[in-house]
Design a protein around this ligand. Structure first.
Ligand code: SF4
Length: 208
């Protein structure tokens, strides 16, 4: 909580996730793998303009057509397949209803998501937290780097070990998890880079 407070004091609220609807968050989480957010935004805009920012609708579109639209997000063929695979699951299990999906138990949802094509822990947890408002802490490479540099764990530790570090030391609070992850991304982007800018960092006085 001390780290969180320092970051919030320095950066303020981050207003995540940058999307208009929970469904858009899901699209963004799948498209965001291995690319920049700027590229994801272009792909989302193209889907919107084509009237295809909808899992129900992309089920009946040719995969090649979907891939063409999401080209800016890179790995277009793989991601088009991942989006359609998710769409089929979302329809078959929840009739494409966010409300129905939210009623499902978190552990079961996580298990289902991790069984889908190209959905790893970071993508699954981003969907759980930012689209479904489940109290699950999202870990990314910035978080691992920051916490390793401060000696809590090392980069060799697993996703689950980093996640436990946060979830065992914080209250299970969706708003807190939302803001905390966004703040860590901001810190990693801006200051805790491969060559860290510690002098300007709000965490510079936290033991390393
Ligand atoms: S920039 Fe330096 S002080 Fe800031 S989080 Fe990274 S290692 Fe810590």
């Amino acid at each position: 909580m001390h780290i969180y407070k320092q970051l919030f004091r320095a950066f303020g609220p981050q207003h995540w996730w940058p999307a208009k609807t929970p469904e858009e968050v899901m699209f963004g989480a799948i498209l965001a793998q291995n690319t920049s957010w700027k590229n994801v935004e272009q792909a989302i805009l193209a889907l919107k303009e084509a009237g295809l920012l909808s899992f129900r609708r992309i089920m009946s579109v040719a995969t090649e057509e979907l891939a063409r639209l999401i080209r800016p997000a890179r790995f277009m063929n793989l991601k088009a397949k991942a989006l359609q695979n998710f769409a089929t699951y979302f329809y078959q299990r929840y009739r494409c209803s966010i409300t129905r999906m939210r009623l499902q138990q978190t552990e079961l949802l996580r298990h289902e998501l991790l069984g889908l094509y190209r959905i790893g822990p970071e993508t699954a947890d981003s969907i759980l937290l930012y689209a479904l408002e489940k109290p699950v802490f999202v870990i990314d490479v910035y978080t691992k780097r920051i916490m390793s540099r401060h000696g809590y764990l090392s980069m060799a530790h697993s996703y689950e070990e980093f996640q436990s570090l946060f979830m065992q030391n914080l209250p299970a609070d969706v708003h807190l998890y939302n803001e905390y992850h966004a703040l860590l991304v901001r810190l990693g982007n801006q200051l805790c880079k491969p060559r860290p800018l510690c002098e300007a960092c709000p965490l510079k006085d936290i033991q390393r």
